[in-house]
Design a protein around this ligand. Structure first.
Ligand SMILES: Cc1cc2nc3c(=O)[nH]c(=O)nc-3n(C[C@H](O)[C@H](O)[C@H](O)COP(=O)(O)OP(=O)(O)OC[C@H]3O[C@@H](n4cnc5c(N)ncnc54)[C@H](O)[C@@H]3O)c2cc1C
Ligand code: FES
Ligand code: FES
Length: 1265
């Protein structure tokens, strides 16, 4: 019987220990918890980045009572997906609520800071909250930690220090993890009042009475029973409605964001959450969350043999999404997504269909029906509720169930192909029945029906039957074309390989050839570890001291502010860029914003016609070659080029209104050219320019081998968690600009020229960036100019924060690069000549050109007087490409190392020996020798050889690469140091931009060292254009050193001024001397500056070597990076932990570039990979299992600042070692496939799992027992 549903006017919930009431008039059903926390409460420690459950930056913790277990539980959830109205009666903790400087930090916050687990810090609050929930939930193992961060993306650190930090809090922590921090144990002692939540007063005090809220455009109904739910549905008339469970489906499909008339919150309906045995079956409520389902499956599966297959189900669900999504997302929600979108590769649908589960559906009349998942997806579900899932029991002795999800990275992404197999055997060992289910084949495909029929009654473990089944699969698996997902052919071959894998997995061992046996298992990843080997010099402390970053605790406690966290100013507006939805080379004819302007809260629209000065954000007086438009003025240079800015009172209003801006275009007469190879193929010589040619000075004559090849790498999205953004506040003088830029000077000049106002009317300030990686060198100019235009026109503060997709679509990426090479060598591998043409893809205009870096680092390690190099640039119809961490050097080192490896493969030589035969007389060979010993290369190579001989479907590979990175000097960088007479403390302001690379920490260490004072005496202020005018871009790795140089200069001036007072009072203290100076009117502020013209500023080489070992699964294409040993030259490190962090982070960014990160365009030049759902930087389980980093010891740099060398970018270049190791592993598989196969295949973009699979040259005809 249904209860009366009462109207209420408000909801109540707790955030931290405070109760909040939200009135019906102040909220809409689409208001998210994230928006309330950040925008209304201004608790900006919680971040918002992707708004689709894909990054973890918005994680908060729900503290609730679990009625099933009667326990209070902590659940990490994505606040960006939770509707605020769902929170009625809940208790939520944000990063601010678990620890702060006033009340003390939580152990998780402290530990992450201590382990140096923060760089830009943008991911840190999300990481902390995810860990907080795990930690407070009770006993935690290192395996739990390792497995639980798939949904938390960190672009800076490479995850190792984050995982080490959190593992240090586990019950089974090992001494290696505690490493330098044995004292961390002390932190774990709970300070009672902080750790224990006073749940009794708040938790579960929600009433159980249904209620509804009536808002202007919609109704929100909360029900507590199935009958109430059905009654609410039955009275809905023809209204549109949505059941709100976890509300996570909108993270995958935007269709679930659409507004409806009625929202029914089903999170508290007990009938939809049952978990019980019913007769021979087990029944789960359809709105059981995926996390609870895993728990139930593990528990019931372990205790009940007839349900032992449940363990497999739990393991499969572990691969779905990530912890916060699984904590709220439900089985029903997932199945409805499949129901509504047949092309969705739902893992829940797949496994339920495979095991023969039945879905119970109930209509508003109470009528129930039981359907298989396959039957269900074609049912009309209007006014019906998915109630329960019924699982059959099996006599598991006769049944084998296996399922797979083959993903392009280790966690948190959908399947390339997923598959479920359930075989029931009869007493004779032949098959009674076979169930074969695949996902991501095509929208109508579920069962491989013909193969299922064929197999009935057959002996599965017979080579002939196996081939018949594979042939049958080959004809019934018809994969569709679904870019950006992988190609149909690969998906089909993969699906067949999974069938074979299953047979290998379940066949009796005596039926299998020993070589094939390991093919049945999936790759298993042990818990990762790391080594950080460096030296310090205590006599110089705090210089060379291994300290966490000075901002670390501010970052881990959410106190650190980024541009979008700046408090809203009075009368502030927001802006959103309007992007051209038209192919490149279209012509913009007209823009009509009138409909958008009619929307309440929309204030203005501006386009190029509203710009008073230059429509250009790349002023030519800086290093730019060409003007780049702020807003399109006619020809559309690339799909999604900005055409204007819409301004309004909130981001939510703009999200709706922006689609109402109408633009018309004349279509292009030609198709777009999106890559260098397309330009070459089209013979568009007008788009190629040779900008430099290196002629050889000699050519060898001992040519016994000629090696030809190509090397192609493409875009990389920077994936800074803080999107391109800017806040502009007009003032009586002009304006204050707070941009997320790496280059204040560009912003000041570009905005001034755009508005035709003097430079002195503009002040630019940058506290920190939430990651930059080069994308914010010049590209932020576009966003900042647009924001400044709006603020200037309206004389009101304006904030713009690009959405994740707009950022991907509109902003340039790493320069793609192609190279054609030919090398002549003798039998000893000595290069006699090398001819190559390098092409850089600059995008739509010739502006930023990385040729110097490419060339220097291509040539750096090797004797190169026989090299003939043509440096060319290509113009394509994409956004203007731009600097990305180690621009040019990545291409230079990557291509030469790949060429060397290719030559070695062709000559049958050890690549190390071939490279040694060509090295210049530099320290690089010593580095290689040291690495060979340290990493035990020779023994491991021999072991790998044996492993590969013994295994057909698993292969290992090892590669070693080296790098000579030439660091250039740029400038000016200025630094101001002020000493305060009140207590002798010091402030620094510098012209570098802190974006996680640790400039501030190094600057403070150097300053404290120079003055001989405690590090706590030194604070670093935000950078600004007044104290540090005209400063050049922070990039090219040089800035940390440059700022330290400036600090030294300023300190030296001050030391000279203080010295007489020290001499007068040799036994005095620092504060005494400062007081004396002040009383004598000594100027206690000084400015230092770094530039290539300053004394002792030098360019120098940076060396690095790296070995990488991988294991690959030939039947899936997946790999695990087993071990990396990286020896990096940092001179004498000023701050070893900062440098280790830079090395690890850079390497992992490169690992992503070379393995998982792929930008895919459609034929119209539109990027298809513009979401966290399909663009995949590495996650926590993609990093090396064993990651050893050593900073070369006893290695002072005589020409560096305080004997140090730069670190930020160079180690990224070494990541080419990963695809080379994969190629070495694959060489063995290719020869196993046919001894005539070439061992080498060219580098062509990231070595994705598709490329590995395809290039392993396996073919189902080779599949035998
Ligand atoms: C980042 C991310 C990664 C993901 N990765 C994967 C993956 O790899 N594989 C995979 O399979 N899935 C994946 N998912 C999908 C995830 O499993 C679903 O989002 C989740 O299970 C949906 O459940 P929900 O409770 O949040 O549904 P909601 O969003 O609350 O609801 C979705 C739809 O279901 C309807 N609905 C809900 N309950 C019922 C009911 N009882 N009866 C009838 N209709 C109902 C609602 O009306 C709504 O239309 C991913 C999701 C995200 C966000
Ligand atoms: S912002 Fe919520 S997961 Fe990315
Ligand atoms: S520190 Fe993790 S994203 Fe920057």
């Amino acid at each position: 019987m249904s209860t009366e549903i009462k109207q209420v006017q408000q909801i109540k919930f707790h955030i931290q220990d405070k109760e909040y009431t939200v009135n019906v008039d102040d909220v809409s059903p689409t208001t998210s918890l994230n928006s309330y926390i950040r925008d209304t409460l201004q608790l900006t420690g919680t971040k918002g980045v992707c708004f689709e459950g894909g990054c973890g930056a918005c994680t908060v913790v729900l503290y609730m009572h679990d009625p099933n277990t009667e326990k209070n539980i902590y659940l990490a959830v994505n606040s960006c997906l939770i509707p605020l109205l769902s929170c009625n009666g809940w208790t939520i903790y944000t990063i601010e609520g678990i620890g702060d400087p006033l009340n003390g930090y939580h152990v998780v916050q402290e530990t992450l800071a201590t382990f140096n687990g923060t760089q830009c810090g943008m991911c840190s609050p999300g990481m902390v909250m995810n860990m907080y929930a795990l930690y407070e939930s009770g006993k935690l193992t290192m395996k739990d930690v390792e497995n639980s961060f798939g949904g938390s993306i960190c672009r800076c650190t490479g995850y190792r220090p984050i995982l080490s930090a959190f593992k240090s809090l586990c019950t089974d922590v090992s001494p290696e993890i505690l490493g330098h921090y044995p004292d961390i144990e002390d932190l774990k002692i709970c300070k009672k009042d902080k750790c224990e939540k006073k749940c009794t007063t708040k938790c579960d005090k929600r009433g159980k009475e249904p209620f509804y809220l009536q808002m202007a455009a919609a109704q929100w109904i909360k029900v507590f029973s199935l009958s109430d739910l059905l009654s609410a549905l039955s009275t809905s008339g023809g209204a549109t409605y949505k059941l709100v469970a976890g509300n996570t489906a909108m993270g995958v499909f935007s269709s679930y964001r659409a507004s409806v008339d009625i929202y029914i919150d089903v999170t508290s309906v007990p009938e939809l959450k049952v978990s019980e045995f019913v007769g021979e079956t087990y029944v789960l409520g359809a709105n059981t969350t995926l996390t609870t389902a895993m728990d139930v499956f593990n528990e019931v599966g372990a205790e009940n043999p007839q349900f032992s297959y449940f363990i497999e189900l739990a393991n499969h669900i572990d691969l779905i999404a990530n912890v916060p999504v699984r904590n709220t997302g439900t089985i029903a929600g997932n199945l409805i997504m499949k129901h509504d979108n047949h092309d969705f590769p739902s893992d829940i649908y797949l496994i339920l269909e495979t095991v023969g589960a039945k879905l119970t559906i109930v209509g508003v009349d109470g009528q129930e029906a039981q359907l298989s998942p396959e039957e269900f997806i074609s049912q009309d579900m209007n006014l019906k509720v998915l109630k329960t899932i019924t699982f059959p029991s099996y006599l598991m002795d006769n049944v084998k169930f296996v399922s797979y999800k083959i993903m392009p990275r280790a966690q948190n992404t959908h399947a390339n192909v997923n598959a479920g197999f359930l075989f029931q055997f009869n007493i004779n060992g032949t098959l009674d029945s076979a169930t074969i289910v695949y996902g991501n084949i095509n929208p109508t495909f579920t069962h491989a029906t013909a193969t299922e029929t064929l197999l009935a009654g057959k002996d599965l473990f017979d080579d002939n039957v196996l081939q018949q089944a594979l042939t049958s699969l080959s004809s019934e698996l018809i994969c569709d074309v679904i870019p950006p997902d992988p190609s149909p052919d690969y998906r089909k071959q993969l699906a067949m390989a999974l069938f074979y894998k299953t047979v290998l997995a379940i066949a009796p061992a005596d039926k299998l050839s020993p070589k094939n046996q390991s093919g049945g298992a999936m790759l298993e990843r042990p818990i990762s570890t790391g080594v950080q080997d460096y030296e310090t010099n205590a006599s110089l402390y705090p210089l060379t001291q291994a300290i966490p970053k000075i901002e670390a605790l501010a970052q881990t406690s959410g106190q650190a502010q980024y541009v979008s966290d700046l408090p809203d100013s009075p009368h502030q507006l927001f802006g959103t860029l309007i992007l051209a939805d038209a192919p490149p080379n279209s012509t913009l004819k007209s823009i009509d914003a009138s409909k958008a302007l009619e929307v309440e809260g929309v204030v203005a629209f501006y386009s190029k016609d509203d710009i008073p000065g230059d429509n250009n954000f790349t002023p030519l007086e800086l290093f730019f070659q060409q003007a780049e438009e702020i807003f399109c003025s006619g020809r559309v240079h690339y799909h999604h080029q900005p055409i204007g800015i819409l301004v309004g009172e909130s981001e939510a209003i703009l999200r709706t209104a922006s689609s109402l801006v109408e633009a018309t275009y004349d279509p292009p007469t030609v198709g777009p050219l999106l890559s260098i190879r397309q330009v070459l193929q089209a013979d568009r010589t007008d788009r190629i320019q040779e900008i430099r040619t290196i002629e050889p000075t000699r050519k060898g004559t001992d040519i016994t081998h000629v090696v030809k090849g190509t090397f192609d790498i493409y875009h990389q999205y920077h994936f800074h968690l803080e999107q391109q953004c800017c806040s502009v506040v007009p003032n009586e003088n002009g304006m204050d600009i707070f941009p997320s830029t790496q280059w204040m000077d560009q912003i000041q000049i570009a905005v001034a020229k755009m508005l035709q106002i003097p430079n002195n009317k503009i002040q630019v300030s940058v506290r920190r960036l939430g990651g930059g990686f080069g994308a914010k060198i010049s590209r932020n100019g576009l966003v900042s100019c647009a924001t400044a235009l709006a603020a200037w026109k309206l004389r009101r503060p304006v904030k713009v924060n690009l959405s994740f997709s707009d950022n991907v679509q509109a902003i340039g990426k790493r320069f793609p690069f192609s190279s054609d090479y030919e090398v002549g060598l003798n039998d000893q591998g000595v290069i006699q000549y090398l001819t190559c043409t390098h092409y850089s893809d600059l995008g739509a205009s010739i502006n930023e050109i990385p040729y110097g870096e490419i060339l220097n680092d291509f040539l750096g390690s090797y004797v190169n007087d026989t090299f003939e190099i043509h440096m060319k640039v290509a113009v394509t119809d994409t956004h203007n490409n731009t600097w990305a961490r180690a621009p040019g050097s990545t291409e230079g080192v990557g291509s030469i190392e790949a060429i060397m490896e290719h030559c070695a493969v062709e000559l049958g030589m050890d690549p190390i020996e071939l490279k040694k035969a060509n090295f210049q007389q530099t320290p690089i060979s010593t580095y290689i020798d040291e690495l060979k010993t340290w990493a035990d290369i020779d023994t491991r190579k021999a072991d790998i050889e044996t492993f590969n001989q013994e295994n057909r479907w698993k292969k290992k590979g090892l590669a070693v690469v080296n790098m000579t990175y030439n660091l250039g000097a740029s400038g000016p960088f200025s630094v101001m140091v002020s000493i305060f007479h009140g207590d002798g403390t010091v402030q620094i302001s510098h012209g570098g931009i802190e974006m996680g690379q640790g400039i501030n920490t190094k600057a403070a260490q150097v300053c404290a060292y120079k003055f001989g004072i405690d590090l706590n005496f030194v604070a670093v202020l935000p950078s600004n254009s007044f104290t540090c005018p005209n400063n050049v871009v922070t990039g090219g790795s040089v800035t940390s050193e440059a700022v330290c140089y400036g600090v030294i200069q300023a300190c030296d001036q001050l030391i000279a001024r203080i010295q007489p007072y020290k001499d007068k009072n040799p036994n005095g203290t620092w504060p005494d001397w400062i007081t004396a100076c002040h009383e004598d009117f000594v100027n206690l502020a000084a400015i230092g500056m770094f530039s290539p013209k300053e004394p002792n500023v030098n360019e120098y080489p940076i060396y690095g070597v790296c070995a990488c070992e991988v294991i690959i699964d030939i039947l899936t294409g997946q790999h695990i990076v087993n071990r990396v040993d990286l020896l990096e030259d940092v001179g004498r490190s000023m701050s070893p932990l900062v440098d280790i962090g830079q090395v690890e982070g850079a390497f992992i960014m490169g690992l992503g570039y070379y393995t998982t990160e792929e930008i895919v365009y459609n034929y119209e030049g539109k990027i298809l990979t513009d979401r966290t759902w399909n663009y995949r930087p590495p996650g926590a389980k993609d990093i090396p299992v064993d990651f050893r980093v050593q900073l070369k010891k006893n290695n002072p740099n005589p020409v560096g600042v305080l004997y140090s060398k730069a670190t930020a970018e160079p180690p990224l270049c070494l990541s080419i070692v990963v695809p080379l190791a994969i190629r070495n592993a694959l060489a063995s598989a290719r020869l196993d496939a046919a001894s005539t196969n070439a061992k080498w295949f060219p580098i062509d973009g990231p070595t994705t799992i598709e490329k590995v699979f395809v290039n392993s040259l396996n073919d189902y005809k080779q599949y035998v027992l």
